[in-house]
Design a protein. Structure first.
Length: 190
């Protein structure tokens, strides 16, 4: 990944840019392509490493902005995940993605986060447990490398994602649904 995600606190306070919200629903598939266990003697542990292909259709929601509709399209990623013991336990994942939108818009970047965890639990909200299986949550950051028919060249998308999948000991596979909630950041002249 050649670009730097716009996340420097000083730059956020000083640079000239516009922020526009984007809100998307996801529907697609997660395909397991490899699953391999590893054991360590010291410290004693078991780790499962998996590789998945994620392919989803990206559609706007009622919370999306006008520029956000250009991001309707498809998102594909190859994700590497490491789980504690097996695919039914906590893990972390990371992968590079390509997001294609309206009129040839192309965004590339990285997504990374935690797998099999429940962050929507008490004391914030009472709808998950800390061990919620079949959930991937994290941060996605990408840059518009081909604007297509838009004025979004060089803009970045910074977002939180949440994807529900069918978990299994080997790492899960099958249909997925999810959400992306974030911002489009475009640098401007002040």
């Amino acid at each position: 990944m050649a670009f730097q995600c716009f996340e420097d606190p000083a730059a956020i306070l000083e640079k000239a840019f516009c922020v526009t919200q984007t809100s998307k629903d996801l529907k697609g598939e997660l395909q397991l392509s490899s699953s391999k266990g590893q054991k360590c003697k010291e410290p004693e542990c078991k780790t499962l490493r998996t590789k998945h292909a994620l392919k989803v259709i990206v559609k706007k929601t009622i919370c999306d902005s006008d520029p956000g509709h250009f991001l309707d399209g498809t998102l594909g990623a190859t994700l590497a995940t490491a789980f504690d013991t097996d695919g039914n336990h906590r893990g972390f994942h990371s992968g590079d993605f390509t997001w294609t939108g309206v009129g040839g818009l192309t965004i590339t970047g990285r997504m990374s986060g935690i797998t099999n965890s429940g962050t929507h639990r008490k004391p914030i909200k009472d709808c998950q447990t800390c061990r919620d299986r079949g959930i991937m949550e994290g941060k996605l950051c990408g840059e518009v490398i081909k604007p297509g028919d838009t004025k979004l060249k060089g803009c970045q998308v910074i977002a939180a994602y949440r994807i529900k999948f069918d978990p299994s000991e080997k790492g899960g596979s099958g249909a997925v649904v999810g959400t992306i909630e974030g911002v489009i950041v475009c640098f401007c002249k002040a």
